[in-house]
Write a protein that binds this ligand. Structure first.
Ligand SMILES: *[C@@H]1O[C@H](CO)[C@@H](O)[C@H](O)[C@H]1NC(C)=O
Ligand SMILES: *[C@@H]1O[C@H](CO)[C@@H](O)[C@H](O)[C@H]1NC(C)=O
Ligand SMILES: *[C@@H]1O[C@H](CO)[C@@H](O)[C@H](O)[C@H]1NC(C)=O
Ligand SMILES: *[C@@H]1O[C@H](CO)[C@@H](O)[C@H](O)[C@H]1NC(C)=O
Ligand SMILES: *[C@@H]1O[C@H](CO)[C@@H](O)[C@H](O)[C@H]1NC(C)=O
Ligand SMILES: *[C@@H]1O[C@H](CO)[C@@H](O)[C@H](O)[C@H]1NC(C)=O
Length: 463
């Protein structure tokens, strides 16, 4: 018996029906958008949508950012009614946009990534060198009505899915007009929440005090795994946490996002009292202008040690040399994240001791990591794992009076609409679905708007 495909006809009909339904749905959604957001919705998302690089490629010239609506309309697509700004127009910030060549829409950069300097920068570098967008520190006072409004527009976005990313992006861009200042009452309130949930000044690292000899330490993710704290490892722990609450005045947490490239933020980062970096990022001369060199804590992802340094089972000097670049910086590892990480993390301590290095080695306390993840989960950060950058920023909020974030940005373009690389040193993308970067960045933008920390996504002009 010959087999006739019985679905052949039905399929055709099915497809047509589906197409029809699809067209109807599309029309309905478009109509609803028009009604809900007005005509600007479509116009805006075209201008600043993530895939619209071609249109931005022709943006050439110098715009003066003033209150003058005639001038502003050239650079700001927003439909906010003109003339409501409170800033004096003579102190106009200047923003300069130069044309860029081929956009690559398939890249999605983020902050503190997973991948170490592969030093594979060639492609795309020259291309981006000359195209950075200059945003002078905004001319508007933090307390001006205009800035209160702009901050409110970000805060009223309660969850990331509430608006299109391009819309949030637009609001963030407008907020760059405003100076940032800390809101002491907001900051203190947030910090006391963190001290209740997480308590970095006591629990960030495993110490002899919080992890006594004989402790059966639970891993963060391998919850059935237990590590018995024996004499040998106990002696590797510091007696107590080396840092106390609000010890440092100004801290910089440096993510590795491509947003840092051509930012010239190096001097501002170096001027911080304490600098955190993630995953052994390159800080060679080639990058110092943008990222600085000062490093007080640098994290190491054990997967790097496994992949690039043969789990330290062979020659150790190459790894030691890499750490030496950070001079006095303490090395921080998630030794008790899962069972795979432990041996390799402990070996880092042996290596530094063998080479008589004075650099300290610390391990994240797994309970601290659990509590920090839980805290951010309650604010909508759902991921297999929160990023190292988010963990460091959370710790910094407790250890520092003022926290500045550099290199944290989860989108393919910088706020001026130019495509950026994934990291400042390469364009290697992370494992998909591992971190929830857009959601983390969204929370940072909120904290910035509440005056709790400052997110830098433009060029620096300080010092
Ligand atoms: C850019 O401008 C040139 C001429 O100035 C024009 O030929 C080209 O089509 C424009 N490209 C886009 C994407 O608008
Ligand atoms: C910008 O402002 C300066 C003086 O403030 C003026 O000379 C210049 O023509 C302006 N440029 C544009 C593009 O409006
Ligand atoms: C903003 O106003 C508050 C009082 O409302 C004041 O304490 C604060 O210093 C002001 N901030 C700036 C940057 O002027
Ligand atoms: C600071 O935060 C408080 C809420 O904690 C708010 O009432 C106040 O308006 C904020 N100040 C400024 C200048 O935004
Ligand atoms: C983590 O949270 C639990 C439950 O909320 C709490 O009992 C514990 O003290 C917290 N741990 C740290 C290190 O703050
Ligand atoms: C390292 O520490 C020494 C002494 O504590 C200090 O003089 C030196 O400036 C530090 N180097 C860096 C890069 O911080």
């Amino acid at each position: 018996m010959r087999y006739a495909d019985p679905s052949a006809n039905r399929d055709l009909l099915g497809n047509r029906t589906l197409l029809f339904i699809f067209i109807c749905a599309f029309a309905l959604v478009t109509l609803l958008q028009q009604i809900l957001y007005g005509r600007n919705y479509i116009k805006r998302s075209l201008q600043f949508g993530w895939q619209s690089g071609d249109q931005l490629a022709n943006w050439t010239g110098l715009f003066n950012v003033t209150d003058d609506p005639a001038v502003q309309s050239g650079s700001d697509s927003s439909s906010r009614s003109p003339g409501e700004g409170a800033g004096p127009s003579d102190r106009s910030g200047k923003l300069q946009i130069r044309p860029h060549r081929k956009p690559r829409p398939d890249r999605a950069p983020n902050g503190c990534g997973q991948v170490l300097s592969k030093e594979k920068t060639g492609e795309g570098q020259a291309e981006l060198e000359s195209v950075y967008f200059e945003f002078y520190e905004g001319p508007f006072e933090y307390n001006s009505t205009r800035c209160l409004e702009l901050r409110h527009e970000i805060l009223e976005v309660k969850v990331l899915s509430m608006v299109k990313q391009s819309e949030l992006f637009d609001r963030w861009k407008s907020l760059q007009m405003c100076r940032w200042a800390m809101n002491i009452s907001e900051a203190n309130q947030f910090k006391s929440t963190l001290s209740r949930c997480c308590n970095a000044p006591s629990f960030l690292f495993t110490t002899q005090k919080n992890t006594p000899l004989g402790t059966k330490l639970k891993y963060e993710v391998d919850t059935s795994g237990i590590y018995h704290i024996n004499q040998e490892i106990f002696r590797m722990f510091p007696k107590d946490m080396p840092y106390y609450r609000s010890q440092f005045k100004k801290c910089a947490v440096v993510g590795n996002g491509g947003i840092l490239k051509n930012s010239r933020c190096g001097r501002e980062i170096n001027s911080a009292d304490f600098v955190f970096r993630c995953n052994l990022p390159p800080i060679s001369e080639k990058y110092t202008m943008d990222v600085g060199v000062k490093t007080d804590v640098v994290t190491v992802n054990p997967s790097i040690i496994t992949e690039r340094f043969h789990k330290l089972e062979k020659w150790r000097r190459p790894f030691y040399r890499v750490l030496q670049v950070y001079e006095n910086a303490s090395v921080l590892l998630p030794a008790f994240y899962n069972t795979r990480n432990t041996d390799v993390s402990i070996r880092v301590k042996y290596v530094l001791d063998d080479f008589e290095s004075t650099q300290a080695v610390y391990y994240f306390h797994p309970q601290y990591l659990v509590n920090v993840s839980r805290y951010w989960l309650s604010l909508g950060v759902r991921a297999k794992r929160i990023s190292t950058g988010l963990i460091l920023a959370t710790a910094a909020l407790e250890l520092c009076e003022e926290v500045h974030l550099f290199g944290f940005w989860a989108f393919p373009m910088n706020p001026s609409g130019l495509y950026i690389t994934h990291h400042y040193y390469d364009n290697v993308k992370p494992r998909p679905g591992f971190h929830a970067m857009p959601s983390e960045i969204f929370n940072f933008l909120h904290l910035h708007s509440r005056g709790i920390l400052r997110v830098h996504t433009g060029t620096c002009t300080c010092c």
